[in-house]
Design a protein around this ligand. Structure first.
Ligand SMILES: [Zn+2]
Length: 146
């Protein structure tokens, strides 16, 4: 499940991108991840964010860098977009990082993947409507299906 730290860090990262921040995809050798360029308007807020929020953002950037590398590998196969881990995809665990998640891919990995593929983050972070029944069942909205 998304913790307050993960929610805060994902929200801050989304705002950075919305405010025209950007990612320098060349991995910083000493850090093993791409660098985030924060717009001047958000810099004070970003710098004042708690350490664990900034750590989580670094982790998302690490994942985004890894996914981007996978996406750019030559070949016909579409990669799983999984972080290096010796585990087969399991229901209830994120397919990318293996952390517990009610969704196919946890929100941190969904955001990292959206950044890597330069998609709108919210497209991948929406709740999967097929999982609505796993909740209280009354939250279903929109198309009731056939
Ligand atoms: Zn994940």
């Amino acid at each position: 499940m998304a913790t307050p730290v993960s929610r805060l860090s994902e929200a801050l990262l989304i705002r950075v991108m919305e405010e025209h921040g950007f990612i320098e995809w060349e991995k910083v050798h000493t850090l093993g991840r791409p660098a985030l360029r924060v717009p001047r308007t958000l810099l004070p807020e970003f710098q004042a964010a708690p350490h664990d929020v900034k750590d989580r953002i670094r982790e998302i950037l690490y994942r985004a860098g890894h996914f981007r590398q996978l996406a750019n590998q030559p070949g016909a196969e579409i990669p799983w977009m999984a972080l290096p881990m010796p585990r087969w995809p399991t229901w209830g665990l994120c397919v990318s990082c293996g952390e517990p998640s009610p969704r196919w891919r946890c929100s941190a990995c969904a955001l990292a993947l959206a950044l890597a593929l330069e998609l709108e983050p919210m497209d991948l972070m929406e709740e999967d409507p097929r999982l609505a029944d796993a909740g209280d069942g009354s939250a279903a909205h929109g198309d009731a299906g056939g």
